[in-house]
Design a protein around this ligand. Structure first.
Ligand SMILES: [Zn+2]
Length: 452
């Protein structure tokens, strides 16, 4: 299996350290708001990753974190706290906000038929472990205190610029104006923030005799260390995480304990909507509820995502979503053929699909292989199961055999047609269509299909 590794900027052959426990860490959502469809692109691609690991016979131990503790709205250490903002907007406590949007996220996650992570970890359950990591950084002399909190001295971590290939000199020059005079280096970041007198911050914990709260990057470093142990085989996240969030996770964990954090880093690219960045002000932050109103399911969206590649920037449009939906329905009717015709040998197709997926998760290529053969072939139950394992489009579950009553109607229509009783034949066809079953007359007899 080959994967593009951000660490080396190359496509590399992937082998887990332990095939029985492939350690995968996925940076999860901040649960303060309804997620838009663009947020889920990553989880569809990382689900594909897990499916391909399984196709290779490996077993994953996968952690997804849920950021339910406030961190600041921007990557900088200033600005508004997302959780606090959500709480004020809705007149709820930050804890209620976290609960509401975590449940909403998980409901969408499951409706997308994404494989359940082995462990889902909430940041607020790891506060004392986060403090222990700060202590470890302190013991290595990597942090210093300002009036604002505890900061990481990035000049003391010699590999700091390496992962993101940062140009620190350029960064420094560009940031001269906004540079806080208490920070030693422009790239220094807060590992722990103090709550100041009169500051309205609901989530706070006592540490070193003062009330405060953790910086964002600390939670991933901590949870990965506690639940999987470094190095993990694969760490995943969005490309926007490379220069700040992941760079800082590495500085924290590798700085504190001296071991490599992850062997492979996978980063997904972004989607735009009708050529524009997804943003509130443009009104294009579509949720799955918005898609449902237009007649599209979670699985239609998943199909659209799988038509692309995790490293490519993609543009979303409802026209393309409609094509993806049609393609998914075509696959469903292909799966339904297993009730109607003798199966053909599809072993070679299975191998070609697997080979495409093993080539850096090329799901678009894998689906193209499938498209080439669906008109001429009939799957058996095992092949449909294989497709479900590979793509998670729930084809088997959504293609139950039709009832004996419907089958009798199809046979009766055929008799009516043979007897040239076209009025009766058409009436039966309409009855079946009303029940969601369409008939397709072909050279070798009639085929039934699901209407939508
Ligand atoms: Zn993270």
């Amino acid at each position: 299996m080959k994967l593009y590794n951000t660490l080396s900027r190359k496509v590399e052959e992937f082998q887990p350290e332990n095939p029985e426990r492939v350690k995968v860490y996925t940076c999860g959502p901040t649960v303060y708001n309804t997620a838009h469809i663009g947020n889920f692109t990553a989880y569809v691609y990382w689900d594909l990753l897990i499916r391909v690991l399984r196709l290779n016979g490996w077993h994953e131990d996968r952690v997804l974190n849920i950021t339910d503790v406030g961190h600041l709205a921007s990557d900088a250490d200033e600005g508004e706290d997302k959780m606090e903002k959500g709480a004020k907007r809705e007149g709820l406590t930050v804890w209620q906000i976290a609960e509401r949007y975590m449940n909403e996220f998980l409901a969408d996650y499951r409706a997308l038929n994404l494989l359940e992570p082995t462990q889902i970890c909430r940041a607020t359950d790891f506060i004392s472990e986060e403090m222990a990591l700060v202590d470890a950084l302190d013991a290595k002399g990597l942090i210093y205190e300002t009036s604002d909190g505890l900061y990481y001295d990035t000049a003391k971590f010699s590999n700091y610029a390496e992962f993101a290939q940062l140009d620190l000199a350029h960064l420094r020059a560009g940031a001269r104006v906004a540079f806080s005079n208490e920070k030693r280096n422009v790239s220094d970041f807060a590992v722990w923030k103090w709550v100041h007198d009169g500051e309205d911050h609901a989530m706070q914990w006592e540490y070193r005799g003062r009330m405060g709260y953790p910086g964002w990057h600390l939670e991933c470093a901590t949870i990965l260390h506690e639940r999987l142990g470094e190095p993990v085989d694969i760490h995943t996240g969005g490309i926007d995480h490379i220069p700040v969030h992941h760079t800082n996770e590495i500085a924290e964990l590798e700085g504190a304990y001296g071991k490599q954090m992850a062997r492979f880093w996978l980063h997904n690219n972004f989607i735009t909507v009708n050529g524009e960045k997804i943003s509130k002000s443009l009104g294009n932050t579509y949720s799955f509820a918005d898609l449902a109103k237009r007649g599209f399911s979670h699985l239609d969206y998943k199909m659209w995502v799988l038509q692309g590649h995790f490293q490519s920037e993609r543009n979303f449009s409802f026209t393309d979503l409609a094509s993806a939906k049609q393609r998914r329905l075509n696959y469903r009717n292909f799966a339904a053929l297993r009730w109607q015709k003798p199966a053909t040998d599809m072993a070679a197709v299975r191998d070609m699909i697997t080979a495409q997926l093993n080539n850096n998760l090329n799901s678009a290529g894998a689906l193209a292989e499938l498209d080439k053969v669906i008109a001429e072939n009939t799957p058996d139950e095992a092949f449909v199961k294989f497709l479900d394992e590979a793509f998670g489009l729930d084809l088997a579950k959504n293609t139950p055999d039709i009832s004996d009553e419907m089958k009798a109607k199809i046979a009766e229509r055929q008799h009516a047609k043979d007897a040239k009783d076209y009025a009766r034949a058409d009436a039966l066809r309409d009855e079946l269509a009303a029940a969601g079953i369409n008939l397709l007359d072909g050279a070798d007899g009639v085929i039934w299909q699901f209407a939508d």
